[in-house]
Design a protein around this ligand. Structure first.
Ligand SMILES: [Zn+2]
Ligand SMILES: [Zn+2]
Length: 365
């Protein structure tokens, strides 16, 4: 490879450009990964548009869902991660300290001594290459990686990220069990991933909601095992769920819609007595008025879903490597690195005639 590494740098709202960086020198404890694919999600869209762009934020290389092949690795790093040059790895976002109380009790996502984050740490911190929208990404000694089989197409293997969220929300937080009725509000890539995870966990009935424009996504949800889909612009979600469950309600409700507040209220009304509601759809800081008496009288457990952890990623990777799922149907768009902005706009639904579910950047197609 050459001494230069191409990467997309975001320096402000809607300000993103391709730049070149020096190839970093790798020591005993770190590594360099050639990016095969990096997934794009709603938060990339929000960050690009500026909704998630903090005042005074420094330029960084976005891309927090990277998958790649180890290009160069130090001896100690290879022993610690159990990987060698040529291995494919899925990379987690957070770079935790691995030694604080939170890290030691498995809540490393909340580590307060974190070293940074892939797709988050600014380029001013050496060696700059922290994000996945690049030819190469740097692995810090404390980065977390998961080895993956190399015979799966990169655009499918990189689904480890949304699929990991599906397992985290439906199985870990939602505790979906055999025979359960699961309601998924929102049919985006993570909604479909939640359908897959719920079905693998043994859900009996899965119901997914969406808008009129989500027709293709709802069809896809059905292909992955959803038993019923609801177009919320034509049908009343709560009435339909009660109808389908003989008036009992869903055992587990996953609220995954962005910004809208009505689905949170639908979740509370659609869940059964003693059921669980998992909240994972961020509302841009907006408050929502709920009647807490409903939570008490229905004995509802409501849980906020923060991040995805290693357990969920491992479950996702096993599901991908099983080869039993037609995951290629979920991946709709591939772009090269220089077209990152177009890729983000495609996922955002801003490109006329394109209905995207999963979009990935493959730097060297
Ligand atoms: Zn993401
Ligand atoms: Zn820590």
């Amino acid at each position: 490879m050459s001494d230069k590494v191409r990467a997309m740098v975001q320096s402000g709202p809607r300000q993103m450009e391709l730049r070149e960086f020096e190839r970093p020198t790798i020591g005993d404890d770190d590594a360099l990964v050639r990016v095969e694919a990096c997934g794009i999600c709603g938060s990339d869209v929000e960050q690009y548009k500026g909704h998630l762009w903090r005042e005074g934020a420094k330029p960084s290389i976005p891309g927090h869902e990277p998958l790649g092949v180890i290009e160069e690795i130090g001896e100690r790093a290879a022993a610690r991660w159990g990987v060698e040059t040529g291995d494919r790895v899925a990379i987690e976002i957070i770079i935790p300290c691995h030694t604080c109380d939170l890290c030691l009790t498995g809540r490393y996502q909340a580590c307060r001594n974190r070293r940074g984050g892939h797709g988050v740490t600014p380029i001013e911190k050496e060696p700059s290459l922290w994000g996945g929208f690049a030819d190469y990404i740097y692995l810090h000694p404390d980065s977390i990686v998961h080895k993956m089989r190399k015979d799966i197409p990169a655009e499918v293997a990189v689904l480890f990220n949304p699929l990991g969220a599906g397992f985290r929300w439906a199985v870990d937080y939602g505790r979906t069990g055999i025979g359960d009725t699961v309601l998924v509000l929102g049919p985006g890539q993570r909604g479909i991933a939640a359908v897959i995870a719920a079905k693998i966990a043994g859900a009996g009935t899965v119901i997914v909601t969406g808008l009129a424009k989500d027709g293709a996504k709802l069809d896809l949800a059905r292909e992955f095992g959803a038993d019923h889909t609801i177009n919320v612009e034509e049908e009343n979600t709560v009435e339909k769920v009660m109808d389908l469950t003989g008036g009992v309600g869903a055992d587990v409700v996953l609220e995954l819609t962005p910004i809208a507040s009505a689905p949170v209220l639908d979740a509370i009304e659609s869940v059964r007595h003693g059921g669980r509601v998992v909240l994972a759809g961020l509302k841009g800081g907006k408050g929502i008025e709920i009647t807490t008496d409903r939570l008490i009288n229905k004995a509802i457990t409501m849980v906020g879903a923060f991040g995805v952890d290693a357990t969920a990623y491992v479950q996702a990777i096993e599901a991908i490597e099983s080869g039993r799922l037609p995951l290629e149907k979920m991946h709709t768009h591939t772009f090269e690195l220089a077209d990152t902005v177009r890729a983000i706009e495609t996922l955002a639904g801003e490109v006329e005639g394109e209905e995207a579910v999963h979009v990935a950047i493959c730097p060297t197609p």
